[in-house]
Design a protein around this ligand. Structure first.
Ligand code: SF4
Length: 557
């Protein structure tokens, strides 16, 4: 039986009809597993796999791993098998996922918006160089992602990470995925409210807690008190966004049900005001609704957005207030769209007179050597540390006013830059075929080459055009919310051969003008032809735009 200690009392104020066909909603009494994922979670709390990794698998090796753990519960420890080399994108569709399994793992380390000091950066670097063949990617969910990790190395990696306050716990799987926090929380001059204590409290309550270790599917959280909405709140399952109530002062609005992938939906804004010390309660309420009423029959419908689509935000709020919070939320208009984009690249003054420096790797790709060198720089300049951003970038906090230019120069020497081109600044790429078993096309290397080429072709572009490169429809690098969103798939070349390519979405955005990009069926491009395709689109925009018109506005005309 699933752990039902946390089921709500029967609804007292809200009529929720029991559907004739079970969608696996625990709160309506449908507790029998309806697919193999649900069965696996019922058979054993996925959090228990940690002890088996430590006690058995890391000692006896890869072949000792129970397949149900390998392809299921390992994810709760931030571990996925990576893609075995030698399978092209065409094979992805023809083979079962397990047939693509390598004997090495991808490992995600969650940072949850926390500041990484010099020791933490050096530990992250050392793990990479010692155990992960010097791989390390900054993901768009505040993670460091390693590859080539052997099961035998996992206990030593965990020990090294835990010594600096980091973990891989629930970095994947059907639970509270890594939290996105504002990179400038507590330091930005224009901050509405510092949400760090609330995020820390959510983390304390959410992780390693069986109440939230068996959710219907992944559950993504974002929290920011910065007016730029710098954590992609529109596309998280639950987001807290800084706002001001005319009487009560700063607090947070609650946004729910955002998500991309194959049925993209921007979050519903509830239009409420939640004080800092009640944010964690609201998080538990939303997570509880998802756990109890989320659909568990089909994996493809098991995200919170599908429940929101059926319930609507009024009913969602009613259930949240009546069954979970047992109080009424305060009404307050949702915050206006931000006036500035929130990637925090460049040099900016903090409210304490020191400076933060936002820097860009190319599409999030760094390595262990770079992370360790960054740790040394942080120490040498007596900076506070580093936070990761929701855009595969990083922000160094607490640089002295007189040191900013020298610090930026030293960042350049280790392959990071606080003065990136617009292309480097606004391009992201998911993991892709290099390591991801679901990928159809290469992404990281393709995007890197695209950035290099566009820097040559448009060196002085006076605006920023975002490009998100994805290896399959899952949209981990947010296909639908970029100016130019690319979804990996096989396409036909001029000779009629199936080759790697992309379906194009145009005109999506987060932040200032949030919108889902338009999928243009006729706009399919081969990977080889991508540079020229983007060039044609950009040239058409530059030739046709009105004064000050953004790319997204031009597409929407
Ligand atoms: Fe893998 Fe697809 Fe996600 Fe890219 S979008 S990381 S290819 S699942």
């Amino acid at each position: 039986m699933p752990d039902l200690r946390f089921r709500p009392e029967p609804a007292q104020h809200t009529e929720i009809p029991r559907p004739k066909r079970s969608e696996g909603q625990w709160g309506l009494g449908y507790t029998e597993p309806l697919n193999k994922n649900e069965q696996s979670k019922k058979d054993d709390d996925p959090l228990n796999v940690r002890n088996r990794i430590l006690g058995i698998y890391s000692k006896r090796g890869f072949d000792s791993i129970d397949p149900a753990d390998l392809r299921g519960r390992f994810r709760w420890m931030g571990l996925y098998t990576q893609r075995a080399p030698g399978f092209d994108g065409g094979k992805t569709a023809m083979l079962e996922e397990e047939e693509l399994d390598d004997r090495f793992f991808m490992m995600r380390v969650r940072t949850d918006g926390q500041v990484l000091d010099a020791d933490a950066l050096r530990a992250l670097g050392e793990v990479s160089t010692t155990y992960a063949r010097n791989t390390a990617d900054i993901t768009d969910r505040n993670n460091i992602q390693y590859h080539w990790v052997a099961i035998e190395s996992v206990p030593a990696i965990w020990e090294r990470l835990e010594a600096v306050g980091l973990s891989t716990l629930e970095a994947c799987g059907d639970g509270p995925r890594p939290f996105l926090g504002s990179p400038v929380a507590g330091i930005a001059k224009d901050e509405i409210i510092d949400g760090s204590p609330a995020l820390a409290e959510i983390k304390r309550r959410a992780l390693d807690n069986p109440a939230y270790s068996n959710l219907p599917r992944k559950f993504k959280t974002a929290l920011t008190g910065h007016p730029s909405h710098d954590v992609a709140p529109e596309i998280n399952d639950v987001s807290f966004v800084g706002t001001v109530h005319p009487e009560h002062g700063p607090g947070f609005d609650l946004w729910v049900g955002g998500g991309l992938s194959t049925n993209p939906m921007l979050a519903h804004q509830l239009g409420v005001w939640i004080p800092l010390d009640e944010v964690a309660d609201a998080w538990e309420g939303v997570a509880g609704i998802f756990r109890d009423y989320g659909y568990r029959r089909l994996r493809s419908k098991a995200r919170l957005k599908f429940l929101l689509a059926d319930w609507g935000k009024e009913k969602f709020r009613e259930v949240l207030e009546n069954e979970y919070l047992h109080r009424t939320l305060v009404d307050n208009p949702s915050p206006a769209a931000p006036a500035v984009q929130g990637d925090h690249i460049g040099i900016h003054e903090q409210k304490d007179g020191r400076f933060y420096v936002g820097a860009a790797p190319v599409v999030g790709r760094v390595d262990g050597t770079t992370l360790a060198a960054l740790g040394d720089l942080v120490e040498r300049y007596d900076a506070t540390g580093v936070r990761l951003t929701a855009y595969q970038k990083l922000v160094v906090i607490g640089v002295a006013a007189d040191d900013t230019e020298a610090f930026a120069d030293d960042l350049e020497k280790i392959g990071l830059t606080a003065r990136p081109s617009g292309w480097r600044r606004a391009t992201m790429a998911c993991t892709g075929i290099e390591f991801c078993k679901l990928a159809i096309v290469d992404t990281k290397e393709r995007a890197r080459n695209l950035v290099t080429e566009l820097e040559k072709r448009f060196p002085d572009l006076d605006t920023t055009i975002s490009i998100n490169v994805n290896g399959c429809p899952n949209a981990c690098a947010r296909t639908q919310v970029a100016d130019i969103g690319l979804k990996g798939q096989l396409v036909l070349d001029d000779e009629g051969n199936q080759v790697e390519g992309f379906q194009v979405h145009l005109g999506g955005a987060l932040g200032m003008t949030p919108a889902l990009g338009r999928k243009l069926r006729a706009h399919k491009v081969t990977s080889a032809g991508l540079d020229d395709y983007v060039t044609r689109v950009v040239e058409a925009y530059l030739a046709d735009r009105a004064h000050g018109e953004s790319f997204a506005a031009w597409v929407a005309r």
